[in-house]
Design a protein around this ligand. Structure first.
Ligand SMILES: [Zn+2]
Length: 450
């Protein structure tokens, strides 16, 4: 790496690993090409089961329970601060309320675009404020306040609460057209996240919008009442969203190529968690379920001097921060818990039979669930119940193992105990952001809170 590479971090909300890596993979030619040309981690895990739990790991290189997970605590290392005092321009584009400035995600970004509820004057105003006006000008402040108030007044539209990938791309394209290298850009797509809407020219094209909305309500509010045929339609809608996202990704990559070129640009594609459709009696994501359908994610890195390869060793999202510092020829802060993914030597690990463990957390540290996985076995420790559940992972299937001998999994038990004792803070009430009524309403509309 040159130390001055452009870095584009592309995150996809709720993208399951097996929609990409399995016999039943969705038709996603852009992602397929990235897999062929990139360093692909076939067994990558998110460290949390929801956006709020997972993203602190991506942006801080620490686990969700470190400083408690549902908020991007200022005590965590901060990826964007790595770009302070450098010549990098930094920009973020997303529309997930869990990643909003209210939760601290805007820290350090030159441009932080949180999307809009409709492609209205609000977003146009914001784009102008963000891109064309010096940030220290009074006009910038006035415009910022204006679009914040306007946004407040517009509320959240039921059915399409997020910015669609095509519209999100427009914001990114505007930025790319005026950006000067090197840049760090973060683009977070919500299309694959529910509500799943039918899209033309995808597997979901003949499902009616009304039906999609009806099933969305059931999926969120009474999933246990879903019958198999409805689950199949939801899966089909979900797969259609993945196909649609793949097209948005294609447009983004074309624009990155034309504006920045690929000779000095690193792309990182990852998801923050998967999505359940009844596996382990779970629907959606979040909560206490740590099954592969929710924790396993696609993770691909493509760039100059990065040898295309497919890695089977387990890795996780805490490794993304040290990877980005490694790309820049820097070291990650000592607080970071992950390792650079560019340093993974699959052959060496196999020769040494070296064990690699990954961890994930669900719910609060005091009585939540911690997962350890070595790629073949997964142990889930419930801190509230003080129980362990063991799963074998083989042929893409997760199977609970009953009556196992504790001494056969001693390494997992020892490692997870060491991991839990290393958690930086277990105080559940330690840090909670102030969520105002507007944010509460938004989260309620999206089905996050009752
Ligand atoms: Zn998410």
């Amino acid at each position: 790496m040159t130390g001055n590479s452009n870095i584009i971090l592309i995150t996809v909300d709720s993208l399951r690993y097996d929609t990409i890596f399995s016999d039943e993979a969705v038709s996603a030619p852009t992602i397929e090409q990235l897999i062929e040309e990139g360093l692909t981690f076939k067994r990558a895990y998110a460290n949390g089961t929801s956006t709020g739990m997972s993203f602190p790991s991506i942006f801080s290189g620490m686990y969700p329970w470190d400083y408690y997970g549902s908020y991007y605590s200022p005590d965590r290392p901060h990826l964007i601060e790595e770009f302070k005092n450098t010549n990098y321009g930094t920009a973020a584009f997303h529309s997930n309320p869990h990643l909003s400035a209210s939760f601290g995600y805007d820290r350090g970004f030159d441009i932080f675009s949180e999307g809009s509820d409709s492609p209205s004057t609000v977003s146009k105003l914001r784009k102008k404020a963000g891109n064309n006006i010096p940030k220290d000008s009074i006009l910038y402040d006035v415009l910022r306040k204006a679009w914040k108030n306007l946004e407040k007044a517009t509320g959240t539209g039921v059915g399409t609460p997020y910015v669609d990938g095509t519209e999100l791309n427009e914001y990114v394209f505007d930025w790319l057209e005026s950006a000067s290298a090197p840049v760090f850009g973060w683009v977070h797509y919500m299309d694959v996240h529910h509500p799943y809407l039918p899209h033309k020219n995808t597997v979901s094209h003949d499902i009616g919008e009304k039906e999609a909305i009806r099933l969305r309500q059931k999926f969120i509010h009474s999933p246990d009442d879903l019958v198999n045929s409805e689950i199949e339609i939801l899966r089909q809608l979900y797969r259609g969203e993945v196909e649609y996202f793949d097209r948005c990704l294609n447009s983004l990559l074309s624009k990155v190529q034309s504006e920045l070129g690929f000779d000095n640009t690193v792309l990182i594609l990852v998801s923050d968690h998967g999505e359940a459709f009844g596996e382990n009696d779970n629907y959606g994501h979040g909560g206490d379920a740590l099954g592969d359908e929710v924790t396993r994610v696609p993770l691909i890195i493509r760039g100059p001097n990065i040898e295309p390869s497919k890695v089977e060793s387990p890795v996780s999202c805490v490794d993304i921060y040290p990877t980005i510092t490694d790309i820049r020829g820097e070291s990650a802060p000592s607080k970071c818990r992950g390792k650079s993914l560019l340093a993974v030597d699959e052959n060496e690990r196999q020769e040494k039979d070296e064990k690699q463990y990954v961890f994930a957390h669900a719910n609060a540290p005091s009585d939540g669930q911690a997962m350890i996985c070595d790629g073949r076995r997964k142990l889930i420790h419930d801190r509230g119940e003080n129980t362990d559940t063991l799963y074998d992972l083989c042929d893409g299937q997760e199977k609970e193992r009953i009556n196992y001998r504790a001494d056969h999994v001693k390494d997992l038990v020892d490692e997870i105990e060491t991991h839990i004792s290393s958690i930086k803070s277990s105080d559940d009430s330690a840090i909670q952001p102030d969520i105002d009524d507007e944010m509460k309403n938004k989260l309620r509309d999206l089905g996050y809170i009752d």
